[in-house]
Design a protein around this ligand. Structure first.
Ligand SMILES: [Zn+2]
Length: 99
Protein backbone atom coordinates (compact mmCIF):
# COMPACT_ATOMS: atom_id res chain seq x y z
CA UNK A 1 0.00 0.00 0.00
CA UNK A 2 1.20 3.49 -0.82
CA UNK A 3 -0.15 7.05 -0.84
CA UNK A 4 -2.80 7.49 -3.52
CA UNK A 5 -4.02 3.89 -3.28
CA UNK A 6 -7.71 3.26 -2.78
CA UNK A 7 -8.35 0.95 0.15
CA UNK A 8 -11.40 -0.62 1.70
CA UNK A 9 -11.86 -0.75 5.44
CA UNK A 10 -12.23 -4.36 6.59
CA UNK A 11 -12.08 -3.86 10.33
CA UNK A 12 -13.45 -1.01 12.40
CA UNK A 13 -13.46 -2.94 15.68
CA UNK A 14 -11.23 -1.93 18.51
CA UNK A 15 -9.45 -4.51 20.63
CA UNK A 16 -9.47 -2.13 23.55
CA UNK A 17 -13.25 -1.63 23.44
CA UNK A 18 -12.89 1.99 22.44
CA UNK A 19 -14.93 2.84 19.34
CA UNK A 20 -12.75 3.58 16.35
CA UNK A 21 -13.64 7.04 15.23
CA UNK A 22 -14.17 8.14 11.65
CA UNK A 23 -13.76 4.83 9.82
CA UNK A 24 -16.39 2.29 8.89
CA UNK A 25 -15.97 -1.25 7.56
CA UNK A 26 -16.98 -1.56 3.92
CA UNK A 27 -16.23 2.04 2.99
CA UNK A 28 -13.49 3.04 0.56
CA UNK A 29 -10.76 5.48 1.51
CA UNK A 30 -7.73 7.05 -0.16
CA UNK A 31 -4.32 6.74 1.47
CA UNK A 32 -2.36 9.93 1.95
CA UNK A 33 0.44 8.53 4.06
CA UNK A 34 1.87 5.18 5.16
CA UNK A 35 4.32 5.33 8.03
CA UNK A 36 5.97 3.11 10.57
CA UNK A 37 5.89 3.97 14.26
CA UNK A 38 9.15 3.75 16.19
CA UNK A 39 7.84 0.46 17.62
CA UNK A 40 7.35 -1.07 14.16
CA UNK A 41 3.57 -0.79 13.88
CA UNK A 42 2.51 0.44 10.44
CA UNK A 43 -0.18 3.09 10.23
CA UNK A 44 -1.96 4.90 7.43
CA UNK A 45 -3.51 8.31 7.10
CA UNK A 46 -6.60 8.84 4.95
CA UNK A 47 -7.62 11.70 2.69
CA UNK A 48 -11.18 11.38 3.98
CA UNK A 49 -10.20 11.73 7.64
CA UNK A 50 -8.45 15.07 7.91
CA UNK A 51 -8.72 15.68 11.63
CA UNK A 52 -6.37 16.09 14.53
CA UNK A 53 -6.83 13.89 17.55
CA UNK A 54 -4.95 12.56 20.55
CA UNK A 55 -3.69 9.38 18.89
CA UNK A 56 -2.36 6.45 20.84
CA UNK A 57 -0.07 3.65 19.73
CA UNK A 58 -0.93 0.63 21.90
CA UNK A 59 2.34 -1.18 21.15
CA UNK A 60 4.79 1.46 22.38
CA UNK A 61 2.21 3.30 24.52
CA UNK A 62 2.95 6.65 22.92
CA UNK A 63 0.30 9.34 22.71
CA UNK A 64 0.57 12.14 20.19
CA UNK A 65 -1.73 14.98 19.24
CA UNK A 66 -1.55 14.48 15.51
CA UNK A 67 -3.56 13.89 12.36
CA UNK A 68 -5.67 10.77 12.81
CA UNK A 69 -4.10 7.53 11.70
CA UNK A 70 -5.24 3.92 11.64
CA UNK A 71 -3.52 0.57 11.74
CA UNK A 72 -2.76 -0.66 8.22
CA UNK A 73 -4.34 -4.06 8.93
CA UNK A 74 -7.73 -2.39 9.15
CA UNK A 75 -7.59 -1.94 5.37
CA UNK A 76 -6.93 -3.88 2.23
CA UNK A 77 -6.21 -2.66 -1.24
CA UNK A 78 -9.29 -2.23 -3.34
CA UNK A 79 -9.42 -5.18 -5.71
CA UNK A 80 -8.00 -4.05 -9.04
CA UNK A 81 -10.12 -6.70 -10.80
CA UNK A 82 -13.25 -4.78 -9.83
CA UNK A 83 -11.99 -1.76 -11.76
CA UNK A 84 -11.27 -3.87 -14.84
CA UNK A 85 -14.80 -5.25 -14.81
CA UNK A 86 -16.16 -1.73 -14.85
CA UNK A 87 -14.06 -0.88 -17.89
CA UNK A 88 -15.37 -3.89 -19.80
CA UNK A 89 -18.93 -2.70 -19.26
CA UNK A 90 -18.39 0.26 -21.62
CA UNK A 91 -20.33 -0.40 -24.80
CA UNK A 92 -18.64 0.00 -28.16
CA UNK A 93 -20.85 1.97 -30.50
CA UNK A 94 -20.84 0.38 -33.96
CA UNK A 95 -19.57 2.59 -36.74
CA UNK A 96 -22.48 3.40 -38.99
CA UNK A 97 -21.66 3.51 -42.67
CA UNK A 98 -23.29 6.64 -44.14
CA UNK A 99 -23.80 4.87 -47.49
ZN1 LIG B 1 4.31 2.67 18.35
Amino acid sequence: MKPGDKVICINDNNLYHIPVRCICAGLIYTLTEVFRCKCGNVYVRLAEVDKFYNMWCPKCDTTNYTKMFFHIERFRLLDQAENKEEEQVSVKVPVVNPN
